[in-house]
Design a binder for this molecule. Structure first.
Ligand SMILES: *Cc1c(COP(=O)(O)O)cnc(C)c1O
Length: 386
């Protein structure tokens, strides 16, 4: 079958499977093995000469992981993908593959917290790799670049407040200056945003979120050209060793099969909840790019083909009342992470010690429960703080 004619939904069932090699089993085995054996020294030597396509040792490639990697690369319109032990394993490897001591990075100030820590506390202090953080705006990003800039690191939508950046504007500029671009596409998933089509060099994901979708594993993935993945496989992947476990890769495969249908439900439900919150008198502001009231909704509609289920909103309430609101919810569990089957809520101000986070800022991951039940749950929590 011509790949271009295969939709993602069909691909997820059929593409990259090699069922005749596993007795026709419809679900691939978990290749729970550390090493692979060969008939001869000639055969193992040939494998070493083509490491990217060979199974030698599971710190490099593993057949269960390969099925998931090929499906993810297909979805992102990328040539190749490599799974990692966590999103941070993928992000740190992708960033390190682009920079060395003395290089400069431009990043958006509202990206995922641990990525900020990696850039500031670690790469800057230990390796003299400086990052300039700017507001989530393409013009600000371009203005902050200089002679030594080797990387622009993006999220769109950004974490916590879901700002939108014009990706194509940034990549057009970056290409003209030979600056590499990385984007964290965890929020949109390849179902709703294809950054490689917009000129991004390297896409990263926390596969712990929607790609797996069941809150039962931690993993990450990098998607890029065959040559870039080859280099990362040889260097950051092999040498830091943050490889995916075969069982985790198998669970990702299981999650991927339902990714399009899960997202459809997350999206529909999140939109209704965002609208409900937007009309509530106790809510100051809803951060969700799917709402017409989002400052960059038009750009969001151009770049994204849909909106996933993670959003935040600002309660018009004190820290204590915001805690009471979250504590009163029954169907939204209190917890970190997002993108699973279950609804979650978190007051991002936590103990209120970070002055940059409003006391009433609450993030919700809209799960697969009934939307009506979730809205009723929010309603009763609002009634506790009136
Ligand atoms: C969770 C998250 C990560 C980190 O992924 P892990 O799998 O937890 O290491 C990276 N980026 C974003 C946007 C995330 O939400």
């Amino acid at each position: 079958m011509n790949n271009k004619e295969m939709s993602i939904e069909t691909m997820l069932s059929h593409y990259a499977e090699d069922r005749k090699n596993y007795y026709g089993a419809v679900v691939s085995p978990i290749y729970q093995t550390s090493l692979f054996t060969f008939d001869s020294m000639k055969a193992i030597s040939e494998a070493f000469n083509n490491e990217q396509d060979s199974y030698i040792y599971t710190r490099g490639n593993n057949p269960t992981a390969k099925i998931a990697e090929d499906k993810i690369a297909f979805m992102e319109n990328g040539e190749c993908a490599k799974l990692f032990a966590s999103g941070m394993g993928a992000i740190s490897s992708a960033i390190l593959s682009c920079v060395k001591t003395g290089d400069h990075i431009v990043a958006v100030e509202t990206i995922y917290g641990p990525t900020i820590s990696l850039l500031t506390d670690y790469l800057s202090k230990k390796f003299n790799i400086e990052t300039t953080f700017v507001k989530a705006d393409e013009e600000e990003i371009i203005k902050a670049t200089k002679e030594t800039t080797k990387l622009i690191y993006l999220e769109s939508p950004t974490s916590l407040v879901f700002e939108i950046i014009d990706i194509k504007k940034v990549t057009d500029f970056a290409k003209s200056k030979s600056i590499k671009t990385i984007i964290d596409n965890s929020w949109a998933t390849p179902i709703y945003q294809k950054p490689i089509d917009l000129g991004v060099d390297i896409v990263v994901h926390s596969a712990s979120k929607y790609l797996s979708g069941h809150s039962d594993l931690v993993a990450g993935v990098i998607i890029s050209t065959r040559q870039t993945i080859k280099n990362i496989l040889r260097d950051e992947h092999a040498l830091f060793g943050a490889k995916i476990a075969p069982l985790e890769a198998w669970l990702i495969l299981r999650g991927l099969r339902t990714l399009p249908v899960r997202l459809r439900q997350h999206s529909e439900s999140a939109m209704k909840i965002a609208e409900y919150l937007n009309n509530h008198k106790k809510v100051k502001k809803v951060n969700y790019p799917g709402l017409a009231s989002h400052p960059r909704h038009a750009l969001a509609c151009k770049q994204l083909s849909g909106f996933s289920g993670l959003l935040s909103f600002e309660l018009d309430a004190s820290l204590e009342a915001s805690h009471l609101f979250v504590d009163s919810l029954n169907y939204f569990n209190i917890g970190v992470s997002w993108g699973g089957f279950e609804s979650l809520a978190l007051n991002l101000a936590r103990d209120g010690k970070d002055p940059s986070i409003p006391a009433g800022l609450i993030r919700v991951s809209v799960g697969l429960e009934s939307t009506d039940d979730l809205i009723r749950d929010l309603e009763q929590a609002f009634s506790k703080i009136q």
